[in-house]
Design a protein around this ligand. Structure first.
Ligand SMILES: [Zn+2]
Length: 327
């Protein structure tokens, strides 16, 4: 990777999710030198989230100074519609901001130069660089957590669509289904996100759960309600993956985000339902992400280093580029 920067230089990388933030100081080879996790105060509104991001950037920056490291730049990746070219967070159903000049705001408040990116495109780039998608050229990376979103790498190129590409979570899989944060009904996100799985389980069984991981544990215990909810999520996910496979012909589908931590419990029914739907299409391999829920944070580091070094030096030439405006 980039050889113009020394071992005492790093970037601040921050992945802002709907539930929590994952931050790290990453060296020029994207190795973590320090990590931190903080909650995302989304119920307190967008302003509180911006303040929490700023505080976490400042904390990481202080940590770098006290370790004798020089921070070259911060990479911050967020969910929703992100226009990397203008550094604006255009829309997020889960966090609630609308057309926010987020990089400028964070630079003014933290004093750090900031590159803004999209959390799931960042995850896809990271999986290509260091994770389960190394060596592949046609990849769909799907992150399933509070929401559902995807990054499409087609013939080695990251598909951005002005920030609007990859919104797999808003493919409608149950036309008469429940209302989605986007305004439509029956989106994949209302069926197969970790949030939706937990909510649907409680609605069906009248038993409260802490999250989708609780539903997965109940499924292993033979709970019939958990099985029904889980099967519905896997079918919805397979329907969306079938559409994406038919449209884009990925050789590899990488499932990441918190729900993918369920491993074969998610992978096996998803593979089976997808295989049932395919006729002539090239069957993609469906695998679990290699970087777990760290992919977005590593990708935030890629955005930052690309802005520092230029796109030619941080990643091998066959890998997709983040869309990074000049630093
Ligand atoms: Zn939707």
């Amino acid at each position: 990777m980039c050889d113009r920067h020394g071992p005492d230089e790093c970037v601040v990388a921050l992945d802002v999710g709907g539930t929590g933030m994952k931050g790290a100081l990453l060296d020029r080879d994207l190795r973590p030198m320090y990590t931190v996790r903080r909650p995302t105060p989304r119920s307190a509104g967008p302003e509180a989230v911006v303040s929490a991001i700023t505080a976490t950037l400042e904390e990481l920056s202080r940590q770098a100074r006290s370790s004798g490291l020089t921070v070259r730049r911060a990479g911050v990746v967020v969910p929703g519609i992100v226009d990397e070219r203008t550094s604006r967070a255009i829309w997020s159903g889960n966090i609630g901001w609308r057309d926010l000049p987020l990089a400028d705001l964070l630079e003014a408040r933290s004093g750090l130069p900031v590159t803004l990116g999209h959390d799931v495109r960042a995850g896809g780039i990271a999986e290509c660089a260091l994770g389960a998608a190394r060596g592949a050229r046609d990849i769909l990376f799907v992150a399933i957590g509070t929401g559902v979103s995807a990054a499409l790498i087609s013939d080695g190129h990251l598909v951005v669509g002005g920030g609007f590409a990859g919104e797999l979570g808003h493919l409608i899989v149950e036309p008469q289904g429940t209302h989605c944060v986007c305004g439509a009904r029956g989106c994949l996100e209302t069926v197969a996100s970790a949030t939706a799985i937990a909510t649907a389980y409680t609605a069906r069984s009248a038993r409260a759960v802490d999250g989708a991981s609780d539903v997965a544990a109940l499924l292993l215990d033979g709970d019939g309600d958990a099985l029904a909810i889980w099967q519905r999520a896997a079918e919805g996910l397979a329907t969306a993956l079938f559409i994406a496979t038919t449209m884009f012909g990925p050789e590899l589908i990488v499932l990441g985000g918190g729900l993918a931590e369920a491993g074969d419990l998610l992978l096996e029914p998803t593979r089976a339902h997808l295989a049932e739907r395919l006729t002539f299409q090239r069957p993609p391999r469906v695998v679990r992400a290699g970087l777990g829920d760290e992919a977005g944070c590593v990708g935030a580091g890629v955005y930052a280093w690309q802005a520092v070094c230029g796109t030619a030096s941080i990643l091998p030439p066959q890998l997709p580029r983040a869309q990074v405006p000049p630093a």
